[in-house]
Ligand binder design. Structure first.
Ligand code: NAP
Length: 525
Protein backbone atom coordinates (compact mmCIF):
# COMPACT_ATOMS: atom_id res chain seq x y z
CA UNK A 1 0.00 0.00 0.00
CA UNK A 2 2.73 2.48 0.96
CA UNK A 3 5.20 3.79 -1.60
CA UNK A 4 6.84 6.23 0.82
CA UNK A 5 9.12 5.16 3.67
CA UNK A 6 10.22 6.12 7.15
CA UNK A 7 14.03 5.88 7.33
CA UNK A 8 15.42 4.87 10.69
CA UNK A 9 19.19 4.65 10.55
CA UNK A 10 19.99 2.14 7.81
CA UNK A 11 16.54 0.55 7.75
CA UNK A 12 13.19 1.55 6.34
CA UNK A 13 9.57 1.08 7.41
CA UNK A 14 6.27 1.45 5.62
CA UNK A 15 3.57 2.11 8.18
CA UNK A 16 1.27 4.58 9.96
CA UNK A 17 -1.66 6.56 8.63
CA UNK A 18 -0.98 7.14 4.92
CA UNK A 19 -0.85 10.73 3.66
CA UNK A 20 -0.47 12.27 0.21
CA UNK A 21 1.22 15.30 -1.27
CA UNK A 22 -0.99 17.86 -3.01
CA UNK A 23 0.08 19.53 -6.22
CA UNK A 24 -0.68 23.17 -5.36
CA UNK A 25 -0.77 24.15 -9.04
CA UNK A 26 -3.74 21.86 -9.69
CA UNK A 27 -5.07 21.04 -6.23
CA UNK A 28 -4.76 17.34 -7.11
CA UNK A 29 -3.72 14.71 -4.60
CA UNK A 30 -0.56 12.77 -5.53
CA UNK A 31 -0.75 9.01 -6.05
CA UNK A 32 2.02 8.06 -3.65
CA UNK A 33 0.89 7.01 -0.17
CA UNK A 34 3.50 8.24 2.29
CA UNK A 35 4.19 6.55 5.61
CA UNK A 36 3.68 8.42 8.88
CA UNK A 37 6.15 7.92 11.71
CA UNK A 38 4.71 7.35 15.18
CA UNK A 39 6.19 7.96 18.65
CA UNK A 40 7.62 4.39 18.59
CA UNK A 41 9.76 5.34 15.59
CA UNK A 42 10.88 8.53 17.35
CA UNK A 43 12.05 6.31 20.19
CA UNK A 44 13.99 4.04 17.85
CA UNK A 45 15.57 6.86 15.87
CA UNK A 46 16.58 8.70 19.07
CA UNK A 47 18.17 5.56 20.53
CA UNK A 48 20.21 5.09 17.35
CA UNK A 49 21.21 8.77 17.31
CA UNK A 50 22.41 8.51 20.90
CA UNK A 51 24.39 5.37 20.05
CA UNK A 52 26.02 7.15 17.08
CA UNK A 53 26.86 10.30 18.99
CA UNK A 54 30.25 9.46 20.46
CA UNK A 55 31.73 8.20 17.21
CA UNK A 56 30.26 10.92 15.03
CA UNK A 57 31.02 13.83 17.33
CA UNK A 58 34.68 12.87 17.68
CA UNK A 59 35.45 12.30 13.99
CA UNK A 60 38.42 14.18 12.61
CA UNK A 61 37.49 17.38 10.77
CA UNK A 62 38.52 15.76 7.52
CA UNK A 63 36.30 12.69 7.99
CA UNK A 64 33.28 14.83 8.84
CA UNK A 65 33.95 17.14 5.89
CA UNK A 66 34.14 14.14 3.56
CA UNK A 67 30.72 13.02 4.81
CA UNK A 68 29.22 16.46 4.08
CA UNK A 69 30.71 16.41 0.60
CA UNK A 70 29.35 12.90 -0.02
CA UNK A 71 25.85 14.08 0.93
CA UNK A 72 26.23 16.94 -1.59
CA UNK A 73 27.42 14.56 -4.32
CA UNK A 74 24.56 12.14 -3.63
CA UNK A 75 21.97 14.93 -3.85
CA UNK A 76 23.34 15.93 -7.26
CA UNK A 77 23.30 12.23 -8.17
CA UNK A 78 19.49 12.10 -7.79
CA UNK A 79 19.36 14.12 -10.99
CA UNK A 80 16.24 15.58 -12.50
CA UNK A 81 13.91 13.34 -10.51
CA UNK A 82 14.55 15.62 -7.52
CA UNK A 83 13.60 18.75 -9.43
CA UNK A 84 10.53 17.16 -11.04
CA UNK A 85 9.31 15.84 -7.70
CA UNK A 86 9.81 19.18 -5.96
CA UNK A 87 8.03 21.02 -8.77
CA UNK A 88 4.99 18.78 -8.44
CA UNK A 89 4.89 19.11 -4.65
CA UNK A 90 5.53 22.85 -4.26
CA UNK A 91 4.43 24.58 -7.46
CA UNK A 92 7.84 26.27 -7.53
CA UNK A 93 9.31 26.73 -11.02
CA UNK A 94 12.25 24.69 -12.32
CA UNK A 95 14.85 27.53 -12.35
CA UNK A 96 14.07 28.38 -8.74
CA UNK A 97 14.43 24.73 -7.67
CA UNK A 98 17.61 24.19 -9.66
CA UNK A 99 19.02 27.30 -8.01
CA UNK A 100 17.92 26.04 -4.62
CA UNK A 101 19.58 22.67 -5.23
CA UNK A 102 22.80 24.54 -6.09
CA UNK A 103 22.49 26.49 -2.88
CA UNK A 104 21.89 23.31 -0.88
CA UNK A 105 24.95 21.46 -2.13
CA UNK A 106 27.01 24.67 -2.03
CA UNK A 107 26.03 25.06 1.61
CA UNK A 108 27.09 21.49 2.42
CA UNK A 109 30.43 22.07 0.70
CA UNK A 110 30.96 25.40 2.47
CA UNK A 111 30.43 23.66 5.80
CA UNK A 112 32.86 20.93 4.73
CA UNK A 113 35.59 23.48 4.01
CA UNK A 114 34.88 25.29 7.27
CA UNK A 115 34.92 22.07 9.27
CA UNK A 116 38.37 21.28 7.84
CA UNK A 117 39.68 24.69 9.00
CA UNK A 118 38.83 23.75 12.58
CA UNK A 119 38.29 27.36 13.82
CA UNK A 120 34.85 26.35 15.12
CA UNK A 121 36.52 24.10 17.69
CA UNK A 122 37.89 27.32 19.26
CA UNK A 123 40.75 25.32 20.76
CA UNK A 124 42.12 27.47 23.58
CA UNK A 125 45.05 26.63 25.83
CA UNK A 126 46.17 28.32 29.07
CA UNK A 127 49.14 26.27 30.24
CA UNK A 128 49.81 25.54 33.90
CA UNK A 129 51.80 28.02 35.98
CA UNK A 130 53.21 25.81 38.75
CA UNK A 131 55.39 28.62 40.11
CA UNK A 132 52.70 31.30 40.27
CA UNK A 133 52.47 32.96 43.70
CA UNK A 134 50.63 32.85 45.94
CA UNK A 135 48.89 29.90 44.23
CA UNK A 136 49.93 27.84 41.21
CA UNK A 137 47.61 27.87 38.19
CA UNK A 138 46.21 24.66 36.73
CA UNK A 139 46.54 23.70 33.06
CA UNK A 140 43.26 24.77 31.38
CA UNK A 141 42.23 23.77 27.87
CA UNK A 142 38.93 24.47 26.20
CA UNK A 143 37.33 23.07 23.05
CA UNK A 144 33.86 23.03 21.53
CA UNK A 145 31.87 19.77 21.57
CA UNK A 146 28.62 18.92 19.84
CA UNK A 147 25.60 19.36 22.13
CA UNK A 148 24.21 15.94 21.16
CA UNK A 149 21.54 14.69 18.72
CA UNK A 150 19.53 17.43 17.00
CA UNK A 151 15.94 17.43 15.69
CA UNK A 152 15.31 19.36 12.47
CA UNK A 153 11.94 20.58 11.15
CA UNK A 154 12.13 21.38 7.45
CA UNK A 155 10.43 24.45 5.98
CA UNK A 156 7.55 24.56 3.52
CA UNK A 157 9.06 27.36 1.45
CA UNK A 158 12.53 25.91 0.83
CA UNK A 159 11.99 22.22 0.05
CA UNK A 160 15.74 21.75 -0.42
CA UNK A 161 17.82 24.53 1.16
CA UNK A 162 15.89 24.66 4.47
CA UNK A 163 14.65 21.10 4.59
CA UNK A 164 16.02 17.55 4.95
CA UNK A 165 19.62 18.42 3.97
CA UNK A 166 19.23 22.17 4.41
CA UNK A 167 21.08 24.64 6.58
CA UNK A 168 19.95 23.24 9.93
CA UNK A 169 20.95 19.67 9.05
CA UNK A 170 24.23 20.75 7.41
CA UNK A 171 25.24 22.88 10.39
CA UNK A 172 24.28 20.19 12.90
CA UNK A 173 26.27 17.54 11.00
CA UNK A 174 29.18 19.98 10.75
CA UNK A 175 29.09 20.41 14.53
CA UNK A 176 29.12 16.63 15.02
CA UNK A 177 25.46 16.12 15.89
CA UNK A 178 23.44 13.15 14.64
CA UNK A 179 20.23 14.50 13.08
CA UNK A 180 16.63 13.31 13.08
CA UNK A 181 14.53 15.16 10.52
CA UNK A 182 10.77 15.58 10.87
CA UNK A 183 9.92 15.81 7.16
CA UNK A 184 7.54 18.56 6.07
CA UNK A 185 4.18 17.07 5.09
CA UNK A 186 3.88 19.37 2.05
CA UNK A 187 6.78 17.84 0.10
CA UNK A 188 7.25 14.25 1.29
CA UNK A 189 8.53 12.82 -2.01
CA UNK A 190 11.25 15.48 -2.24
CA UNK A 191 12.12 14.91 1.40
CA UNK A 192 12.46 11.16 1.01
CA UNK A 193 14.74 11.44 -2.04
CA UNK A 194 17.10 13.70 -0.12
CA UNK A 195 16.84 11.54 3.00
CA UNK A 196 17.89 8.49 1.00
CA UNK A 197 20.88 10.46 -0.32
CA UNK A 198 21.97 11.18 3.26
CA UNK A 199 21.33 7.59 4.34
CA UNK A 200 23.56 6.35 1.50
CA UNK A 201 26.32 8.82 2.50
CA UNK A 202 26.22 7.58 6.10
CA UNK A 203 26.72 4.01 4.83
CA UNK A 204 29.44 4.75 2.26
CA UNK A 205 31.42 6.85 4.77
CA UNK A 206 31.31 3.96 7.25
CA UNK A 207 29.49 5.98 9.90
CA UNK A 208 27.14 4.58 12.55
CA UNK A 209 23.64 4.30 11.10
CA UNK A 210 22.09 6.52 13.78
CA UNK A 211 23.84 9.60 12.37
CA UNK A 212 20.64 10.22 10.41
CA UNK A 213 16.96 9.28 10.49
CA UNK A 214 14.02 10.66 8.57
CA UNK A 215 10.54 10.72 10.08
CA UNK A 216 7.80 11.84 7.69
CA UNK A 217 4.28 12.53 8.91
CA UNK A 218 1.40 14.96 8.96
CA UNK A 219 0.36 14.54 12.59
CA UNK A 220 1.48 17.24 15.01
CA UNK A 221 2.07 14.67 17.76
CA UNK A 222 5.09 13.40 15.81
CA UNK A 223 7.02 16.66 16.08
CA UNK A 224 6.00 17.03 19.70
CA UNK A 225 7.26 13.54 20.57
CA UNK A 226 10.57 14.25 18.83
CA UNK A 227 11.21 17.49 20.73
CA UNK A 228 10.19 15.83 23.99
CA UNK A 229 12.62 12.90 23.60
CA UNK A 230 15.30 13.14 26.28
CA UNK A 231 18.10 12.24 23.84
CA UNK A 232 17.42 15.27 21.63
CA UNK A 233 19.58 18.17 22.83
CA UNK A 234 18.60 20.99 20.42
CA UNK A 235 16.05 21.75 17.71
CA UNK A 236 16.30 23.58 14.38
CA UNK A 237 12.99 24.83 12.99
CA UNK A 238 11.81 27.05 10.13
CA UNK A 239 8.12 27.79 9.80
CA UNK A 240 5.25 29.59 11.42
CA UNK A 241 5.24 31.52 14.68
CA UNK A 242 2.52 29.21 16.01
CA UNK A 243 4.51 26.07 15.18
CA UNK A 244 7.79 27.43 16.51
CA UNK A 245 6.36 28.66 19.79
CA UNK A 246 4.46 25.36 20.30
CA UNK A 247 7.74 23.46 20.00
CA UNK A 248 9.55 25.98 22.24
CA UNK A 249 6.94 25.32 24.92
CA UNK A 250 7.42 21.55 24.71
CA UNK A 251 11.20 22.01 24.87
CA UNK A 252 10.98 24.35 27.87
CA UNK A 253 8.72 21.96 29.81
CA UNK A 254 10.99 18.94 29.48
CA UNK A 255 12.74 17.63 32.57
CA UNK A 256 15.89 18.85 30.83
CA UNK A 257 14.85 21.96 28.83
CA UNK A 258 16.63 22.36 25.50
CA UNK A 259 17.09 25.24 23.05
CA UNK A 260 14.79 25.50 20.02
CA UNK A 261 16.36 27.54 17.24
CA UNK A 262 13.15 28.55 15.52
CA UNK A 263 13.10 30.96 12.61
CA UNK A 264 9.52 32.20 12.51
CA UNK A 265 8.04 35.57 11.72
CA UNK A 266 9.42 38.79 10.25
CA UNK A 267 8.03 41.73 8.25
CA UNK A 268 11.44 43.14 7.28
CA UNK A 269 10.96 46.92 7.33
CA UNK A 270 12.24 48.95 4.40
CA UNK A 271 12.93 52.63 5.18
CA UNK A 272 12.82 55.04 2.27
CA UNK A 273 14.82 58.14 3.24
CA UNK A 274 14.05 61.50 1.61
CA UNK A 275 17.25 61.71 -0.44
CA UNK A 276 16.69 58.25 -1.89
CA UNK A 277 13.11 59.14 -2.83
CA UNK A 278 14.27 62.40 -4.42
CA UNK A 279 17.01 60.61 -6.38
CA UNK A 280 15.09 57.53 -7.60
CA UNK A 281 11.48 57.19 -6.38
CA UNK A 282 10.28 55.49 -9.56
CA UNK A 283 13.06 52.91 -9.64
CA UNK A 284 12.49 52.22 -5.95
CA UNK A 285 8.81 51.50 -6.62
CA UNK A 286 9.67 48.95 -9.31
CA UNK A 287 12.47 47.38 -7.27
CA UNK A 288 10.25 47.07 -4.21
CA UNK A 289 7.53 45.26 -6.16
CA UNK A 290 10.06 42.87 -7.72
CA UNK A 291 11.26 41.93 -4.21
CA UNK A 292 7.71 41.77 -2.80
CA UNK A 293 6.36 39.45 -5.48
CA UNK A 294 9.40 37.20 -5.93
CA UNK A 295 8.38 33.59 -5.27
CA UNK A 296 4.82 34.75 -4.51
CA UNK A 297 6.27 36.56 -1.50
CA UNK A 298 6.89 33.29 0.32
CA UNK A 299 10.22 34.28 1.80
CA UNK A 300 10.93 34.99 5.43
CA UNK A 301 12.79 38.12 4.24
CA UNK A 302 9.85 39.43 2.19
CA UNK A 303 9.51 43.27 2.57
CA UNK A 304 6.19 43.38 4.44
CA UNK A 305 6.56 46.93 5.77
CA UNK A 306 7.66 50.19 4.13
CA UNK A 307 8.31 53.27 6.28
CA UNK A 308 8.84 56.69 4.70
CA UNK A 309 8.50 60.44 5.17
CA UNK A 310 5.33 61.71 3.52
CA UNK A 311 5.59 64.06 0.53
CA UNK A 312 5.45 64.31 -3.27
CA UNK A 313 8.49 62.04 -3.80
CA UNK A 314 6.76 59.32 -1.77
CA UNK A 315 3.70 59.77 -4.00
CA UNK A 316 5.94 59.09 -7.01
CA UNK A 317 7.18 55.90 -5.32
CA UNK A 318 3.61 54.81 -4.57
CA UNK A 319 2.47 55.45 -8.14
CA UNK A 320 5.39 53.48 -9.54
CA UNK A 321 4.82 50.58 -7.11
CA UNK A 322 1.09 50.58 -7.89
CA UNK A 323 1.75 50.39 -11.59
CA UNK A 324 4.24 47.54 -11.24
CA UNK A 325 2.03 45.64 -8.79
CA UNK A 326 -1.13 45.90 -10.86
CA UNK A 327 0.70 44.03 -13.63
CA UNK A 328 2.04 41.35 -11.27
CA UNK A 329 0.79 37.93 -12.33
CA UNK A 330 -0.59 35.70 -9.58
CA UNK A 331 1.72 32.82 -8.68
CA UNK A 332 1.04 29.41 -7.23
CA UNK A 333 1.47 29.35 -3.47
CA UNK A 334 3.14 26.42 -1.71
CA UNK A 335 0.15 24.74 -0.12
CA UNK A 336 -3.61 25.26 0.04
CA UNK A 337 -3.15 26.08 3.75
CA UNK A 338 -0.59 28.78 3.04
CA UNK A 339 -2.83 30.22 0.32
CA UNK A 340 -5.80 30.32 2.70
CA UNK A 341 -3.70 31.96 5.43
CA UNK A 342 -2.58 34.58 2.89
CA UNK A 343 -6.14 35.33 1.78
CA UNK A 344 -7.21 35.68 5.41
CA UNK A 345 -4.31 38.03 6.22
CA UNK A 346 -5.00 40.22 3.19
CA UNK A 347 -8.75 40.32 3.95
CA UNK A 348 -7.96 41.65 7.44
CA UNK A 349 -5.97 44.51 5.89
CA UNK A 350 -8.55 45.29 3.21
CA UNK A 351 -11.17 45.82 5.87
CA UNK A 352 -9.01 47.65 8.42
CA UNK A 353 -9.93 51.21 9.48
CA UNK A 354 -7.55 53.88 8.19
CA UNK A 355 -5.89 51.52 5.68
CA UNK A 356 -6.17 52.09 1.92
CA UNK A 357 -5.46 49.52 -0.76
CA UNK A 358 -2.79 51.05 -3.00
CA UNK A 359 -2.89 48.26 -5.58
CA UNK A 360 -3.61 44.55 -6.10
CA UNK A 361 -1.95 42.17 -8.55
CA UNK A 362 -3.94 40.78 -11.45
CA UNK A 363 -6.97 38.66 -10.64
CA UNK A 364 -5.97 34.99 -10.23
CA UNK A 365 -7.24 32.15 -12.37
CA UNK A 366 -6.80 28.61 -11.07
CA UNK A 367 -6.35 27.30 -7.55
CA UNK A 368 -3.94 28.47 -4.85
CA UNK A 369 -2.76 31.57 -6.71
CA UNK A 370 -1.74 34.52 -4.54
CA UNK A 371 -2.93 37.97 -5.66
CA UNK A 372 -0.29 40.50 -4.55
CA UNK A 373 -1.41 43.40 -2.33
CA UNK A 374 0.04 46.76 -1.25
CA UNK A 375 -1.61 48.89 1.43
CA UNK A 376 -0.95 52.32 2.95
CA UNK A 377 -1.68 53.92 6.28
CA UNK A 378 -0.47 56.65 8.61
CA UNK A 379 1.61 56.20 11.70
CA UNK A 380 -1.21 56.75 14.20
CA UNK A 381 -3.32 54.02 12.57
CA UNK A 382 -0.35 51.64 12.49
CA UNK A 383 0.37 52.24 16.16
CA UNK A 384 -3.25 51.66 17.15
CA UNK A 385 -3.81 48.37 15.28
CA UNK A 386 -1.37 45.51 16.04
CA UNK A 387 -2.79 43.46 13.15
CA UNK A 388 -0.99 45.80 10.74
CA UNK A 389 2.37 44.66 12.11
CA UNK A 390 1.61 40.95 11.74
CA UNK A 391 3.30 38.94 9.04
CA UNK A 392 1.11 38.01 6.08
CA UNK A 393 3.10 35.21 4.48
CA UNK A 394 2.98 36.03 0.76
CA UNK A 395 3.14 39.15 -1.45
CA UNK A 396 1.54 41.65 0.93
CA UNK A 397 3.05 44.84 2.31
CA UNK A 398 1.97 47.95 4.21
CA UNK A 399 3.34 51.48 3.73
CA UNK A 400 3.42 53.80 6.74
CA UNK A 401 3.53 57.50 5.95
CA UNK A 402 5.45 59.35 8.68
CA UNK A 403 5.67 63.08 9.38
CA UNK A 404 9.28 63.26 10.58
CA UNK A 405 12.45 61.20 11.00
CA UNK A 406 11.64 61.01 14.71
CA UNK A 407 8.40 59.23 13.79
CA UNK A 408 10.32 56.81 11.57
CA UNK A 409 12.70 56.00 14.44
CA UNK A 410 9.81 55.63 16.90
CA UNK A 411 7.99 53.30 14.49
CA UNK A 412 11.03 51.06 14.22
CA UNK A 413 11.54 51.16 17.98
CA UNK A 414 7.98 49.87 18.40
CA UNK A 415 8.41 46.87 16.09
CA UNK A 416 9.04 43.30 17.17
CA UNK A 417 12.39 41.68 16.32
CA UNK A 418 13.10 41.25 12.62
CA UNK A 419 15.41 39.26 10.37
CA UNK A 420 16.31 42.27 8.23
CA UNK A 421 15.93 46.00 7.84
CA UNK A 422 16.65 47.88 4.64
CA UNK A 423 17.66 51.52 4.34
CA UNK A 424 17.24 53.21 0.99
CA UNK A 425 19.60 56.16 1.18
CA UNK A 426 20.51 58.91 -1.27
CA UNK A 427 22.17 62.29 -1.33
CA UNK A 428 21.88 64.11 1.98
CA UNK A 429 20.54 61.10 3.92
CA UNK A 430 23.69 60.38 5.91
CA UNK A 431 22.55 62.08 9.12
CA UNK A 432 19.14 60.36 9.02
CA UNK A 433 20.79 56.99 8.36
CA UNK A 434 23.25 57.50 11.23
CA UNK A 435 20.35 58.39 13.54
CA UNK A 436 18.45 55.22 12.55
CA UNK A 437 21.26 52.68 12.78
CA UNK A 438 21.44 52.33 16.60
CA UNK A 439 17.69 51.55 16.76
CA UNK A 440 17.86 49.20 13.78
CA UNK A 441 20.81 47.27 15.17
CA UNK A 442 18.78 46.48 18.31
CA UNK A 443 15.86 45.18 16.26
CA UNK A 444 17.30 43.08 13.46
CA UNK A 445 19.93 40.53 12.47
CA UNK A 446 20.90 42.06 9.10
CA UNK A 447 20.88 45.70 8.01
CA UNK A 448 21.25 46.45 4.32
CA UNK A 449 21.39 49.64 2.33
CA UNK A 450 20.21 50.29 -1.22
CA UNK A 451 19.25 46.68 -1.89
CA UNK A 452 16.27 44.46 -1.14
CA UNK A 453 16.02 41.94 1.68
CA UNK A 454 15.01 38.90 -0.36
CA UNK A 455 18.00 36.73 -1.26
CA UNK A 456 20.21 35.44 1.55
CA UNK A 457 23.84 34.59 0.76
CA UNK A 458 25.36 31.56 2.47
CA UNK A 459 28.72 32.84 3.72
CA UNK A 460 30.79 33.13 6.87
CA UNK A 461 29.56 36.66 7.72
CA UNK A 462 25.84 36.13 7.02
CA UNK A 463 23.34 36.52 9.86
CA UNK A 464 19.89 35.11 9.18
CA UNK A 465 18.47 35.60 12.62
CA UNK A 466 17.21 38.36 14.85
CA UNK A 467 15.39 39.06 18.12
CA UNK A 468 12.08 37.29 18.86
CA UNK A 469 9.83 36.54 17.04
CA UNK A 470 12.00 36.56 13.93
CA UNK A 471 13.88 33.81 15.72
CA UNK A 472 13.64 32.16 19.11
CA UNK A 473 17.19 33.19 20.01
CA UNK A 474 18.56 36.43 18.60
CA UNK A 475 22.12 35.36 19.37
CA UNK A 476 22.09 32.87 16.52
CA UNK A 477 21.84 32.53 12.75
CA UNK A 478 20.34 29.69 10.71
CA UNK A 479 22.30 30.57 7.55
CA UNK A 480 26.07 30.70 7.11
CA UNK A 481 28.88 28.90 8.91
CA UNK A 482 28.10 30.67 12.19
CA UNK A 483 24.95 28.49 12.31
CA UNK A 484 27.17 25.66 13.63
CA UNK A 485 27.58 27.50 16.92
CA UNK A 486 23.96 26.68 17.81
CA UNK A 487 24.93 23.04 18.18
CA UNK A 488 28.23 23.40 20.02
CA UNK A 489 29.08 23.91 23.66
CA UNK A 490 32.44 24.60 25.31
CA UNK A 491 34.11 22.04 27.57
CA UNK A 492 37.17 22.93 29.67
CA UNK A 493 39.74 20.26 30.60
CA UNK A 494 41.70 21.05 33.77
CA UNK A 495 45.02 19.25 34.38
CA UNK A 496 43.95 16.36 32.15
CA UNK A 497 46.96 14.31 30.93
CA UNK A 498 47.89 15.00 27.31
CA UNK A 499 47.11 11.48 26.07
CA UNK A 500 43.56 11.74 27.42
CA UNK A 501 42.83 15.13 25.85
CA UNK A 502 40.81 15.54 22.63
CA UNK A 503 43.22 15.81 19.66
CA UNK A 504 42.37 19.52 19.26
CA UNK A 505 43.97 20.24 22.66
CA UNK A 506 46.97 17.91 22.64
CA UNK A 507 50.42 19.53 22.74
CA UNK A 508 51.44 18.00 19.40
CA UNK A 509 48.39 19.56 17.69
CA UNK A 510 47.78 16.46 15.50
CA UNK A 511 44.97 18.16 13.52
CA UNK A 512 47.21 21.13 12.67
CA UNK A 513 44.71 23.66 14.06
CA UNK A 514 45.08 27.37 14.62
CA UNK A 515 44.68 27.65 18.40
CA UNK A 516 44.61 30.41 21.00
CA UNK A 517 47.52 29.80 23.36
CA UNK A 518 47.96 32.06 26.39
CA UNK A 519 45.56 34.51 24.75
CA UNK A 520 47.46 34.74 21.45
CA UNK A 521 46.49 33.11 18.16
CA UNK A 522 48.94 30.36 17.22
CA UNK A 523 48.42 29.93 13.49
CA UNK A 524 48.48 26.52 11.83
CA UNK A 525 51.53 26.02 9.64
P1 NAP B 1 4.55 25.33 10.04
O1 NAP B 1 3.11 25.10 9.88
O2 NAP B 1 4.98 25.96 11.30
O3 NAP B 1 5.25 23.90 9.87
C1 NAP B 1 6.67 23.70 9.91
C2 NAP B 1 6.96 22.29 10.42
O4 NAP B 1 6.66 22.21 11.82
C3 NAP B 1 6.12 21.20 9.77
O5 NAP B 1 6.90 20.01 9.73
C4 NAP B 1 4.97 21.03 10.73
O6 NAP B 1 4.36 19.77 10.65
C5 NAP B 1 5.65 21.23 12.07
N1 NAP B 1 4.75 21.78 13.08
C6 NAP B 1 4.06 22.94 12.98
N2 NAP B 1 3.37 23.16 14.12
C7 NAP B 1 3.63 22.11 14.94
C8 NAP B 1 3.19 21.77 16.24
N3 NAP B 1 2.35 22.54 16.92
N4 NAP B 1 3.64 20.62 16.78
C9 NAP B 1 4.49 19.83 16.09
N5 NAP B 1 4.92 20.10 14.84
C10 NAP B 1 4.51 21.23 14.27
O7 NAP B 1 5.17 26.22 8.89
P2 NAP B 1 5.00 26.17 7.31
O8 NAP B 1 4.44 24.87 6.89
O9 NAP B 1 6.26 26.62 6.72
O10 NAP B 1 3.96 27.29 7.00
C11 NAP B 1 2.67 27.23 7.47
C12 NAP B 1 2.26 28.62 7.83
O11 NAP B 1 3.35 29.30 8.43
C13 NAP B 1 1.89 29.41 6.62
O12 NAP B 1 0.50 29.56 6.59
C14 NAP B 1 2.60 30.69 6.74
O13 NAP B 1 1.67 31.73 6.85
C15 NAP B 1 3.38 30.63 8.01
N6 NAP B 1 4.76 31.07 7.84
C16 NAP B 1 5.77 30.30 7.33
C17 NAP B 1 7.05 30.83 7.23
C18 NAP B 1 8.23 30.08 6.65
O14 NAP B 1 9.31 30.68 6.54
N7 NAP B 1 8.11 28.83 6.29
C19 NAP B 1 7.30 32.09 7.68
C20 NAP B 1 6.25 32.80 8.22
C21 NAP B 1 4.99 32.28 8.31
P3 NAP B 1 3.39 19.38 9.44
O15 NAP B 1 4.31 18.95 8.32
O16 NAP B 1 2.59 18.27 9.97
O17 NAP B 1 2.59 20.61 9.09
Amino acid sequence: MFNGAILIGASERHSGTPFHAINPATGEKGEVAFSSAMPAEVEEAAALAEAAFETFSTLSPDARATFLETVADNIMGIGDLLIETAMAETGLPRPRLEGERGRTVGQLRLFASYVRLGDWLDATIDRAMPDRAPLPRADLRRVNHSVGPVAVFGASNFPLAFSVAGGDTASAFAAGSPVIVKGHSAHPGTGELVARAIQAAVASCGLPEGVFSYLPGADRSLGGALVADHRIKAVGFTGSRGGGTALMKIAAERKEPIPVYAEMSSINPVVLLPGALKDRAEALGAGFVASLTMGSGQFCTNPGLVIALDGPDLDTFVASAAQALSGAAPQVMLTPGIHQAYEKGVAALVGADGVTTVARGTEPEGVNRGQAAFFATDRATFESNPVLAEEVFGSSSVLIRCGSIEEVIATIAGLEGQLTATLQIGSGDEAHAAALLPTLSRKVGRILTNGWPTGVEVTHAMVHGGPFPSTADGRSTSVGTLAMMRFLRPVCYQDVPDALLPPALQEANPWGLTRRIEGKLDCAA
